[in-house]
Write a new protein. Structure first.
Length: 443
C-alpha cells in the first residue's frame, strides 16, 4: 500500500455522509427522550433546577468560579439590568497534578486563588457576604440549584474522593477555612450558564452549547414533559443534557481504530464516547495517533527520533487549527513539528494539514447531530444557538462546518439558514452570576 492508499483509507473512515448524520441524530433524539424518562441512561438529561428564564433586568454584583477546562477562572460580574453586564476576571492555569490529585488539593487550590482575586479586586475584603455561582463543568445530579453530586469526571480530570459527593459543601468548606465572606448560592454547568447568559442579552437564544475541552448542550424543556420528574404542572426547566456521553453502547457513531485507542487509554474507558470524537481535548491526540501509525508503517518521518511524538497528548487542538490556517509552503506546521524534534518535507506537512481537516470536519459534522436532535425535541426551527468554548471561538471554519452539516440533516437548501450559530463569550461565568442572582431571589 502506498501513502496515497493509506490516506484514502483514513479519508473514508473519517468521512460521515449526510445519511449517517441523520441516523446519528435520530439516535440522539431517542436517547434524549429516554434520558428524560428514566435515570441511568446513556444521556443523563440532568435536571438543573433553573426554573426561570432571565428577564435581562437582573442586577447586582456576583462572583463566579469556572472549573472544567484547561484554566480555572474567578470572575466578578456586575449585572446592570437592561441586558447589560460588566465583568473582571483572573485566569489560572490548572496544573496536571491538581486535575488528578486529591479533593483537598483541588478545593484548597480554588479557595487560594479566590482569595488572591478578592485581594486584587477589593482594597479591603468586604464584610458583607458575596454570593457566588459555581460553574462546575462536569455531570452532576442536582436535587436543587445549590447542590451537585458529581456523577463522573471527564476531560482528563480524575480527582480522588469527589465522585458520588456533593461538590458545593466541599468547596464551601475550603472557602470558609480562609474566612472569606463568600457563599456559594448556585451550582451550574457551563452549558446552562451559556444558555442563561445568552438569553440575558439575546431573547432568540434556543440552546447553550460548549465546544471546548469537552462538548455538551443545555436547553429549556417543560416540567410536565419530563416523565422522570413526575410533575404535572407545566413550567420551564433547563436541562443539562450531558450529551457528550451519547452512544456508550456503540450503536450509532462510526468509531475508527483510533477512537477506540483513545477511549481505551483514557482515564474513563467506555465513557463520553461522543465527546471523545468531537471535543478539543481529544483532537490533537487523534492527529498524533494517526501520525504515529503512519510512522510505524514507514510512510513518514523515516530515520528520525519520534520520542516526543510518542508522548500522549503532547499535541493540543491548536496544532490542527494552525495547520489548517497555514500559508502555501506550510511553514507553521514545519516549526510546530520542529519543536517536537521532527523535520518535515512539504509532502508530510500537506499530509498533516489534510489529517487536521479530516479530524476537525468530522468533529463539526458530528456536532450538528446533537443540535438537530434538540431542535426536534423542542420544535425549534429558527433562532440562535449560543456556543462557547475554545474550539468554537478559535478553530477555523468550525462554525461554518456545523452549519453546513445542520443544513444536510435538516434539509435546508437556502441561505441564510434559519438557525444561526452565535458565539457566546464567557457564557459560563456570566450565566453563573445570573443564576446565582435568580437563586438568591427565590430563597
Ligand atoms: C464534559 C462535562 C460537561 C461539560 C462539558 C463541556 O462533557 O461532562 O458537564 O458541560 O464537558 O465543558
Amino acid at each position: 500500500m502506498t501513502l496515497q492508499d493509506a490516506l484514502k483509507r483514513i479519508e473514508t473512515n473519517f468521512t460521515v455522509s449526510a445519511e449517517v448524520l441523520k441516523e446519528i441524530s435520530q439516535g440522539f433524539y431517542d436517547e434524549m427522550e429516554l434520558g428524560l424518562t428514566q435515570t441511568g441512561n446513556a444521556i443523563p438529561m440532568n435536571v438543573t433546577w433553573v426554573t426561570e428564564k432571565p428577564t435581562g433586568n437582573e442586577q447586582g454584583e456576583y462572583l463566579s468560579i469556572d472549573l472544567g477546562g484547561t484554566n480555572m477562572r474567578v470572575v466578578l460580574v456586575t449585572l446592570k439590568g437592561d441586558s447589560k453586564f460588566d465583568s473582571v476576571q483572573s485566569k489560572y492555569n490548572l496544573p496536571a497534578w491538581i486535575k488528578t490529585g486529591t479533593a483537598n488539593e483541588l478545593w484548597s487550590f480554588i479557595a487560594e486563588y479566590l482569595e488572591e482575586f478578592l485581594l486584587k479586586q477589593y482594597q479591603n475584603i468586604p464584610e458583607e457576604t458575596l454570593p457566588l455561582g459555581f460553574s462546575f463543568s462536569f455531570a452532576t445530579t442536582q436535587g436543587n440549584i445549590n447542590e451537585g453530586v458529581l456523577q463522573s469526571w471527564s476531560k482528563g480530570f480524575d480527582v480522588k474522593g469527589v465522585e458520588g459527593h456533593d461538590v458545593v459543601p466541599m468547596l464551601q468548606k475550603a472557602i470558609d477555612k480562609r474566612s472569606l465572606p463568600v457563599k456559594i448560592t448556585a451550582l451550574i454547568n457551563d452549558t446552562t450558564g451559556t444558555l442563561v447568559a445568552s438569553l440575558y442579552t439575546d431573547p432568540l437564544t434556543k440552546m447553550g452549547l460548549i465546544f471546548g475541552t469537552g462538548v455538551n448542550g443545555a436547553y429549556y424543556d417543560t416540567t410536565d414533559q419530563i416523565p422522570k420528574l413526575g410533575i404535572s404542572q407545566s413550567s420551564p426547566m433547563a436541562i443539562n443534557t450531558e450529551y457528550g456521553s451519547f452512544d456508550s453502547s456503540h450503536r450509532y457513531l462510526p468509531r475508527t481504530f483510533f477512537d477506540v485507542a483513545i477511549d481505551n487509554s483514557s482515564t474513563r474507558p467506555g465513557e463520553q464516547t461522543y465527546e471523545k470524537m468531537v471535543a478539543g481535548y481529544y483532537m490533537g491526540e487523534l492527529l498524533r495517533l494517526l501520525l504515529v501509525d503512519l510512522y510505524y508503517r514507514r510512510y513518514i518521518f523515516q530515520g528520525q527520533d519520534v520520542s516526543q511524538l510518542n508522548v500522549p497528548y503532547i499535541m493540543d487542538t491548536s496544532y490542527l487549527a494552525s495547520a489548517e490556517q497555514d500559508s502555501d509552503d506550510l511553514p507553521t506546521i514545519g516549526s510546530m513539528f520542529e519543536s517536537l524534534g521532527l523535520a518535515t518535507t512539504l509532502k508530510e506537512r500537506q499530509l498533516i494539514q489534510t489529517l487536521s481537516k479530516l479530524i476537525a470536519t468530522r468533529a463539526a459534522r458530528l456536532a450538528a447531530c446533537s443540535i438537530a436532535a434538540i431542535c426536534k425535541r423542542t420544535n425549534v426551527d429558527s433562532g440562535n444557538i449560543a456556543c462557547d468554548g475554545s474550539v468554537i471561538s478559535k478553530y477555523p471554519f468550525f462554525k461554518e462546518r456545523i452549519e453546513n452539516a445542520l443544513a444536510e440533516i435538516l434539509d435546508w437548501s437556502e441561505r441564510p439558514y434559519p438557525l444561526q450559530i452565535v458565539q457566546a463569550e464567557d457564557g459560563s461565568s456570566v450565566g453563573a452570576a445570573i443564576i446565582a442572582c435568580i437563586a438568591q431571589k427565590s430563597i
